[in-house]
Write a protein that binds this ligand. Structure first.
Ligand SMILES: [Zn+2]
Ligand SMILES: [Zn+2]
Length: 652
């Protein structure tokens, strides 16, 4: 018998050679029907840690076991990667002689790179391939794992005439090679896979594109087929609806329509240009956070966009970013080199060092909206979410070990204040701690780690956060807390990080004099509620579909005269409203009122003030709310007061 331990701490005994599927069956049939794979940590082989295994693979020794379903990331990727094998089987049935490259799972679905030998596949062929996949899935063929010798494997693919698999085999060691077979298709693969094809109930081919073999443009261009599968038809339907909704909310599309930002190839890829409306929005976010930070005792600092190479050698960033990032800026001086700053922290450490500090001076909180530059490959760039230059709402807190908890609580409050003002109401906190079995790979004393981890867990609990604790996910230099936010259509984004750091204080030899008159190292905390303004604004646009909260909206109202006759009255209304802390414009184009309303709706301006003969005579405005319609007539002061109340309510 062997002992199997489950995540909730229970331990059960099973026969040697049992499988995850059998174990699931021993718990309930319902569970067994949903198990796609399992994470296995063999206790006699601890160096391999948790590995994802086929649910049908025999377990011969005591192990920790986590059963994986479609709700787990690894469960999904196992389903999708297995589906790639099934796609290949379908392709081979329809297009005999096809050669196969690789077929990995990706974030949403999977692809397979194939060589059709001169044939082509287009959107019109998708239905036929999908039908074949479902036909094969219904048979419910098992994915059978086989160990093969390298020579047998080579012989198999030589006979089949698949030079891509032969090339892959070239890089593998004898004794480590496995085949997987389902139905009429055998693939070279390390696994894991789902138990059988019957789990695949719904499929959609998403796209077909060209892709160079192994990503190298010197190689042959293969056909890449993107697809996604689910274990229920309804999940596919929901996914396609979500995709449509996401398309409408795409920040790149809305950013253009709302005239917020642009990119120019002349300026350079991944370097966003903020247009007047976007820059104003950005400025408003900065002021909003600055105001809250001043209240919390932050001290604004400002540092340059570049730093001497030596600064980054000290900080360790040179080692991490140096060769793979922007290359140094040279001066006429031999050997003098500067780097675009990839992070603000080293500069802030140097600010800390400008004067001696005592325990009474701490905590010190330096805040800067600092622009940093990191090289990203052209293919990785994406709108505002992946860029090469971005502004962090950065701050570094330097404190004593006994102050970590209080500082964490304060930062959590600040992050929650930001979320509330911007209507992010669904979030969880992920706490990343040390791997308790592997303490030596972390820098900093055991005592300080314990203190900081305890402080993070306690402050999250005190603030009533829903938390997920991840062991072994901490950086080598300290534990952290990340906020995971769900947007309006259920997608998850990581926003807001609070990170403890024992490394930089050590590297920069930061000190304070303690009450014992001895020198001590301060603890450094990096924190950024937005993360970066660019990425945050992208997420915000997609979350609110461009309808920003009233306090942040580029224009809060638009005055729409019914005809040119009333432009003067419109100007009078605008002048009056300017006395209040609100902003808007007049649409004085010579257009019909219906068109003006439609255009203003598209610009997502929250309020429309329609003015004509009646309004001028009575000194009032007729108010329409974006997406809602008529609110009736208002005196001008009444309207201003009403929206000011709404602004203040939302911002708190
Ligand atoms: Zn595989
Ligand atoms: Zn930092």
């Amino acid at each position: 018998m062997i002992n199997i331990s489950f995540p909730d701490g229970t331990v059960r005994q099973y026969e040697k050679g049992t499988t995850a599927i059998k174990i699931a069956q021993s718990i309930s049939d319902g569970l067994a029907r949903n198990v796609l794979a399992a994470k296995v940590n063999r206790l006699n082989t601890p160096e391999s840690g948790f590995e994802v295994w086929d649910a049908t693979r025999p377990i011969y020794e005591d192990a920790k076991l986590i059963l994986l379903t479609i709700n787990d990331t690894e469960g999904k990727s196992t389903l999708w990667h297995s589906s790639a094998h099934l796609l290949a089987e379908a392709i081979e049935a329809i297009y005999p002689g096809t050669k196969f490259g690789i077929g990995p799972a990706i974030e949403n679905g999977f692809y397979y790179d194939i060589d059709l030998g001169g044939k082509t596949i287009s959107q019109e062929d998708f239905k036929k391939i999908e039908d074949k996949i479902i036909e094969l899935a219904r048979i419910g063929n098992a994915y059978i794992r086989k160990d093969v010798s390298k020579s047998d494997a080579i012989e198999y693919f030589k006979k089949k005439g698949d030079e891509y698999k032969l090339e892959l085999l070239d890089g593998l060691q004898d004794g480590t090679i496995t085949f997987y077979e389902q139905g009429n298709f055998t693939d070279l693969c390390r696994g894991p896979h789902i138990p059988n094809t019957g789990f695949i109930k719904a499929v959609k081919l998403m796209n077909v594109a060209g892709a160079y073999w192994r990503g190298d443009e010197k190689n042959k261009m293969l056909t890449r087929i993107y697809a996604i599968t689910f274990t229920k038809q309804k999940d596919l339907t929901d996914y396609l609806i979500l995709l449509e909704e996401a398309k409408k909310r795409d920040h790149r599309k809305l950013g253009k329509e709302l005239e917020l930002f642009a990119f120019s190839e002349k300026v350079g890829m991944g370097l966003p240009l903020w247009l007047p409306k976007g820059a104003a929005l950005r400025e408003r976010l900065i002021q909003f956070l600055q105001k809250a930070q001043i209240k919390d005792g932050y001290l604004p600092v400002a540092t340059p966009h570049i730093g001497n190479k030596n600064l980054y050698i000290t900080s360790g960033h040179y080692e991490k970013y140096g060769a793979d990032s922007f290359q140094p800026i040279k001066t006429p001086h031999e050997g003098e080199e500067f780097f675009l700053k990839p992070m603000n922290c080293p500069h802030h450490c140097e600010i800390y060092k400008t004067s001696p500090k005592s325990y009474k001076d701490l905590p010190i909180r330096y805040a800067e909206f600092g622009t940093v530059y990191r090289y990203e490959q052209a293919g990785e760039l994406h709108g505002l979410t992946r860029v090469r230059g971005f502004t962090q709402d950065d701050a570094h807190l330097f404190c004593r070990p006994d102050q970590v908890k209080e500082e964490f609580c304060k930062v959590i409050d600040l992050v929650l204040y930001v979320f509330k003002a911007l209507d992010f109401n669904d979030y969880t906190a992920q706490i990343s701690l040390r791997d308790p079995d592997n303490k030596t790979k972390y820098i900093g004393s055991d005592e300080n780690w314990k203190l900081a981890e305890q402080a993070i867990i306690e402050s999250a609990a005190e603030k009533g956060l829903t938390t997920i604790v991840e062991l072994g996910e901490a950086a080598f230099y300290g534990p952290k807390l990340d906020f995971m936010v769900k947007d309006a259509i259920g997608r998850k984004w990581q926003l807001g990080t609070i990170q403890v750091d024992y490394n930089l204080p050590e590297r920069f030899e930061l000190e304070y004099t303690g009450s014992d008159n001895q020198k001590h190292r301060p603890v450094m905390i990096h924190r950024a509620p937005f993360g970066s303004l660019e990425r945050f604004i992208a997420v915000l646009i997609e979350h609110c579909a461009g309808k920003f909260p009233l306090w942040l909206s580029p224009d809060q109202f638009a005055i729409l005269p019914i005809s040119e006759k009333y432009n003067n009255y419109a100007k009078k209304v605008l002048d009056l409203l300017k006395n209040y802390d609100i902003r808007g414009l007049i649409d004085d184009r010579n257009e019909k009122i219906g068109k003006k309303i439609r255009d203003t709706e598209l610009q997502k301006v929250p309020y429309m003030l329609i003015v004509g003969e009646k309004e001028e005579a009575e000194n009032i405005v007729s108010v329409r709310k974006q997406g809602e319609g008529d609110l009736g007539s208002f005196g001008i002061d009444d309207f201003a007061n009403m929206i000011n109340i709404e602004i203040n309510k939302l911002k708190k």
